[in-house]
Design a protein around this ligand. Sequence first.
Ligand code: EPZ
Length: 430
Amino acid sequence: MDSISVTGGNQLNGVIPISGAKNAALPLMIASLLTAEELILRNVPDLADVRQLKKILNNHGVKIEEVAGGGKSDPLAGATLSFNTPKITDTCAPYDLVSTMRASFWVIGPLLAREHEARVSLPGGCAIGSRPVDYFIHGLEALGAHIEIDEGYVVAKAPKGGLIGAMIRLPTPSVGATHTILMAATLAKGTTTILNAAMEPEITNVAECLVAMGAKITGIGTRTLIIDGVASLHGASIDVVPDRIEAGTFAMAVAMTGGDVLLKGAQRQHLQAALDILQANGVKITEEADGIRVQASGDRLRAVDVEIDTFPGFPTDLQAQYMTLMTRADGIAKIKETIFENRFMHVAELARFGAKIDSEGQVATVTGIEKLKGAQVMATDLRASVSLVIAGLVAEGETNVSRIYHLDRGFERLEEKLGACGANIQRITK
Ligand code: EPZ
């Protein structure tokens, strides 16, 4: 298994190109199931989760090809992929595929909408939480689907004439449930209203793609999405939005090490809450024509409390990275996780650097200290793994982060991007 070795102490200076967002690319790829025509996605990141989802979509009959060159000017830009699904050849998403990449459960929406049936493995939990799918099931039942759980699979059947529009209120603004119900509703008969919908930029990216495919959607970017079903969707081409979590992660890395980095392609309005906190910490943030510039002295930052929230609040996917930042702050910061029930596994690993963190339930209290010392640590989930790399960038001596397959799920060329800005970081392939 690969690991990453980091020797702390170097500042970060230069330009980091921000890749296409994993959490937009995945649902956009799933949307290709909704049409028999070609869907072209540009700026698709090369990630383990994207490669895994390609396998799952191939299983349903989706033909996926890289468009040579894809018209990309920047060699570091993402791939341009063409998706063609003239016929859905299999409406079953098997356990061995779905269990490795939870978001693949979302195929249930397009399969039901287009084929009126689906047999999709329950995704199961993961390190950060039980990850139930009750909102998905209630939403699809509201659209007229008959749903049973059979041997760990969700078996869904639409009425003979297809799904029927409905009013659906989500108990909490679930990203996955919003994507899935939105995609299903595009081909339902009549109007669907999703109340308390998630409004992350990735939802907007998908909704705009569906509109480009002929869907009728209003309220995009708000908590209320209204979809007037259509008989079919046609092809389209769209860019995957830049990854706001990658951008926020690198902004925190610079805040930690000190330096001056342009996050090329990052869009301020996609991560405003996190940028506001960084400015309160004492980091200089400037919006430029081609991205966001982050400048920091590398001195100790002001400790600022954070409470996680759904977009546009401070994202749960930056919680671990922010906790790392606060381990060397001048003061005490309280971090409250409100989305997932078990997203503090990085606390024990950060303690191995000498960090002082007390976690009680959903609140972690971080007492900033002067120095971290390099350590052997283990990645436990995607975002926790990068928080350990950031700690290694400033810790005295060498840090080795193992089990970085977690990292490869969501960060493209991490060591290359950080190394190009001066980090002393290597991937060790065993
Ligand atoms: C998406 O996960 C993201 N994944 C997650 O990113 C992100 O952390 C999360 O949204 C929150 O922003 C992708 O986009 C692929 P949710 P999702 O449904 O859709 C509860 C990463 O690191 N819930 O918004 O699974 C659930 O238990 C990943 O890139 C139900 O109770 O998240 C959780 O507590 C990690 N019942 C809360 O809602 C349901 O039916 C938020 O979950 C669905 C969700």
